[in-house]
Ligand binder design. Structure first.
Ligand SMILES: [Zn+2]
Length: 458
């Protein structure tokens, strides 16, 4: 069966623009801040609204309250489907309807919970993250209308910004509602508003608590200092031993690779420095592409350190100290394996033979797209058509914990990570916004992709 084609889809999406913007404005006004309580009425209202919007585009959406792992009531989730042909592929569309809090509205130039259009962007909390994801799915289904030729399932989550606590029990309880050939997660973003991207990898993470002990009890630093190093200094030596002289992690057994799907364009050093607010004299650590250093190679950070505060300190040698390492792991390495490699290294490199003990903490698996799968080619082609330029794929240095979980629970399904954000979106920050032209092109992309997946069947 012939595909609808770019021009038909573009016309339909452009004709639908005001409905899509209204959807986003309504969504912003619902102020669905999950941090104020995922079981609150405001979250129920948000879920009901989203379900209503999905019903308007032919999905039999309903709101279901999830249960937490401990059995208590959890988030209001929106699920539903639109079945067109038992022989056609099934696509699961994911987004989330909860939003980040607004700790200080005075940092915003507009009211955070009123959608305000300005210079081609719509401002408001959740306009991009992830109201934009809901708008992409709604717009794509509207554009295809009765020409939809794939089966669609929808999951709009209610607690993504709170770490998706009830996600796994909910998925397990509703397995059939999620079983699909392709999962489109519209919760990331593009290289820029006019350059599309697939997000091809996420790093995993592992926390390790490390205790360094040198003495049975603290002793006077004048009397014993010299032959005996204090535990803080020994801990600093231990931490430094993880790095080579370029500042790169040099721990055997920690995997790290090149960007998944190849590197089309590297990140800009000056931009990275400006975004992070690095002091002028600082030299960036490592030598490879910035993309690989940020997305596909491991990184370690000391995120906690038990030492005596400077104020009120006195002349003693610390007997022991403890610090926590947050290790970001390569997308494809098991975090348990990476944590073990690091623990072995730290114990083997105990400075001066101090006692080093390592206790593993939270772990999360990373994720890497299957860059060779045909659906990736189809998605890239849809992006090329919709945006009129080649996609520039990217990774995420952080994690989106439910994506590896989806992959674990549905190993047969391909996962594509797309989304409405661009570098100006300020998701999680003041003045969040979405590019409306970018949104239109994202909708066209998703509609084209669903259309081509359906056409392939007939
Ligand atoms: Zn999000």
């Amino acid at each position: 069966m012939a595909e609808l084609g770019l021009e038909t889809i573009r016309t339909r999406v452009q004709d639908d623009r005001s409905r899509i913007v209204d959807l986003l404005r309504d969504k912003i006004a619902l102020a669905s801040v999950s941090a104020k309580g995922i079981t609150g009425d405001h979250m129920r209202r948000s879920a009901d609204y989203v379900a209503g919007q999905l019903r308007q585009v032919g999905v039999d959406a309903r709101v279901v309250q999830a249960a937490n792992p401990d059995g208590t009531l959890g988030a209001f989730e929106v699920i539903g489907s639109r079945q067109v042909d038992a022989n056609a592929p099934t696509v699961l569309l994911y987004a989330h309807h909860d939003v980040q809090p607004v700790p200080d509205p005075s940092q915003w130039s507009t009211d955070p919970f009123t959608g305000v259009e300005k210079d081609g962007r719509l401002y408001g909390r959740g306009s991009a993250d992830d109201g934009g994801g809901i708008a992409i799915h709604s717009g794509a289904l509207h554009a295809l209308g009765k020409d939809l030729r794939v089966n669609v399932k929808v999951f709009i989550e209610g607690e993504e910004e709170m770490g998706s606590r009830s996600f796994i029990p909910f998925l397990q309880a509703h397995r059939d509602d999620f079983a699909s050939d392709l999962i489109i997660v519209a919760d990331s973003g593009n290289w820029s508003a006019d350059t599309p991207s697939l997000t091809t990898s996420l790093r995993g993470n592992a926390d390790l608590d490390v205790t360094v002990t040198v003495l049975e009890h603290p002793v006077h630093s004048g009397q014993f200092g010299g032959p005996i190093l204090d535990a803080n200094t020994l801990a600093a030596m231990l931490i430094a031993s993880m790095y080579d002289d370029q500042g790169q992690l040099a721990v055997p057994g920690l995997e790290g690779g090149q960007p998944i799907g190849g590197l089309q364009r590297d990140l800009d050093q000056a931009q990275l420095r400006a975004d992070a607010g690095v002091v002028d004299s600082y030299r960036l650590a490592g030598t490879d592409s910035l993309a690989s250093r940020l997305w596909t190679k491991p990184a370690a950070a000391v995120i906690g350190f038990d030492a005596h505060p400077v104020e009120g300190s006195f002349n003693v040698l610390a007997d022991k100290t403890r610090f926590r390492i947050s290790l970001r792991t390569a997308p494809t390495q098991r975090p348990e394996q990476a944590a073990q490699a690091l623990a072995d290294f730290l114990i083997a490199h105990a400075p001066q033979g101090a006692r080093v003990e390592v206790t593993p903490g939270d772990m999360g698996m990373g994720w890497a797209m299957d860059a060779d799968s045909p659906v990736v080619r189809q998605a890239e082609e849809a992006m090329r058509q919709a945006f009129g330029r080649d996609p520039v794929n990217k990774g995420e240095g952080g994690s989106i914990p439910f994506i590896p979980e989806l992959k674990r629970l549905f190993p047969e399904a391909q996962v594509l990570v797309t989304g409405p954000e661009d570098p100006q979106s300020n998701a999680h920050s003041p003045n969040e916004s979405i590019s409306l032209q970018g949104l239109v092109d994202n909708i066209i992309t998703e509609a084209l992709l669903l259309d081509s997946l359906g056409a392939g069947q007939n």
